[in-house]
Design a protein around this ligand. Sequence first.
Ligand code: HEM
Length: 149
Amino acid sequence: MTSKPVLLDRVRPAAEQPLLRPGVDRTSIGALVRKFYSRVRKDERLGPIFAGEIVGDWEPHLEKMTDFWCSVILKSGDYNGRPAPAHLKLKDVTEADFEIWLALFRETAAELFAPETAAVFVERAERIAASLKLAMFFRPGPAAAAGGA
Ligand code: HEM
């Protein structure tokens, strides 16, 4: 039956499936992470924010972020932390900083992966960035505080 996979694709969103493509593995994801954070560290706005948090050895952060992206993209289960609390304590970060972060991520993904693959990384980064921004910056307005209406 040729219709079965189509049906499955519809009931289970593509974002929840591992991305099985040649050249997308822990090695290439590690390369993406390293190139991306070397850019972040040189960025005049993001560099100092990270430097204030990661003092000394960057290796544990790079390994953790490789675990994270392998979990997101390959569904490897390597990462079982919680990103939101790590960002909630960063009091100097603004919504505009996320645009810088995403621009550097898009640029790096486009350099290392085929366009269709880079698009998957970017779409997932954008989705996670949106949920981190909600956790960090969303404040219910006066109507919500007053109980709606
Ligand atoms: C302006 C945007 C962002 C800034 C300034 C930022 C900064 C940071 C910093 C300083 C840490 C802690 C590093 C450490 O001590 O190990 C961190 C951790 C982390 N970040 Fe971000 N981040 C940003 C956006 C994002 C986005 C968009 C994602 C995902 C797509 C992300 C995923 C993570 C993860 C998974 C961790 C590790 C959390 C843990 O388990 O400890 N970050 N980030």
